[in-house]
Design a protein around this ligand. Structure first.
Ligand code: ZN
Length: 241
C-alpha cells in the first residue's frame, strides 16, 4: 500500500510522541493491527483529538509514512458512554487482550467483528450477565486456542455428563477419574461445557434467548478468566484497575 486508504478501526491504545503528536495502536478492518502517528492532536485546535480516544470505533484516512502510518481525517462511528466503572474496566481488559494477542498488519475481518462485539458487551456489561464472556471465548477460538470439549484430554474417552474439570494448560476438559493426577483443575459443569460448545460452533444467535442462572454466570466468568491467564500468558494490567 502506498497511497491513502479509508477504513474503520478500533483505538486499542495511544501514547504521546513529542509535544504535539500521538502514536495510536488501531485494530483496523482492512489492514489488521497497526501503529499510526496522529500529527498535532495534542494542540487545542485539533479536530481529530476527540475521535482518537481509546475504545472508539472510527472511520479514518490512513497514509503510509516512512516508518509509521499517518492518521488523516477521522470521525467517530461509535463511542462508549460508560455510567459504571465496571463497564470501563471491562472495556480496558478487552482492549488489552486484543492488543496483546492480535498480530500486527494481518487483515482479519472476522476478528474485527468479534472485537466490536466485545466493545458492545463491555458497554452493556452487568455482573449477572455474560455479555463479555461470549466474544472473549469466540476470540480465543478464532485465534486457535480452542478447548477440547468432547472428550477427556487425558484418557481420550467421551465425557460423561457428570462433574468434569477444565485444565487449560492441557487444552480442555479432564474427566473425574483422570483428574486425580492433574493440578490446576477448575470444576466445570455440563451446562458450562454446552455453553462453551455453542460459541465454538458459532451459534451466537441463540445465546441471548437463554436463561442462565447466577451460578453458571459466576462459573463461566471464572473459567474464562482462567483461560485468559493461560492464553495471554500473564496477568493483564487492566484487570487490576
Ligand atoms: Zn478421562
Amino acid at each position: 500500500m502506498n497511497k491513502s486508504t479509508t477504513t474503520h478501526g478500533i483505538i486499542l491504545a495511544r501514547h504521546d510522541s513529542g509535544d504535539t503528536d500521538r502514536v495510536v495502536t488501531i485494530l483496523t478492518k482492512d489492514l489488521g493491527k497497526i501503529s499510526a502517528i496522529a500529527k498535532g492532536v495534542k494542540k487545542l485546535s485539533s479536530k481529530k483529538a476527540g475521535h482518537l480516544e481509546v475504545g472508539n470505533v472510527i472511520e479514518f484516512e490512513l497514509t503510509p509514512g516512512k516508518t509509521l502510518f499517518m492518521v488523516g481525517a477521522a470521525k467517530t462511528v461509535a463511542y462508549h458512554k460508560f455510567l459504571q466503572i465496571e463497564n470501563m474496566r471491562q472495556l480496558f481488559v478487552w482492549l488489552e487482550i486484543l492488543n496483546t494477542l492480535v498480530h500486527a498488519e494481518e487483515k482479519d475481518t472476522a476478528l474485527f467483528d468479534i472485537a466490536r462485539r466485545g466493545l458492545d458487551g463491555a458497554e452493556r456489561y452487568r455482573r449477572d450477565q455474560l455479555q463479555v464472556v461470549w466474544p472473549e471465548i469466540a476470540l480465543y477460538n478464532h485465534l486457535g486456542y480452542q478447548l477440547e470439549l468432547g472428550q477427556c484430554v487425558v484418557g481420550r474417552e467421551p465425557l460423561a455428563a457428570t462433574q468434569n474439570y477444565l485444565q487449560v494448560r492441557l487444552g480442555g476438559v479432564v474427566c473425574a477419574s483422570h483428574a486425580g493426577q492433574e493440578t490446576g483443575l477448575s470444576a466445570i459443569s455440563s451446562t458450562a461445557i454446552k455453553l462453551f460448545r455453542l460459541v465454538k460452533e458459532g451459534r451466537w444467535d441463540i445465546i441471548p434467548k437463554l436463561t442462565i442462572n447466577e451460578d453458571i454466570v459466576r462459573e463461566m466468568t471464572e473459567l474464562v478468566a482462567t483461560w485468559r491467564d493461560e492464553v495471554v500468558g500473564h496477568r493483564l494490567k487492566s484487570e487490576r484497575f
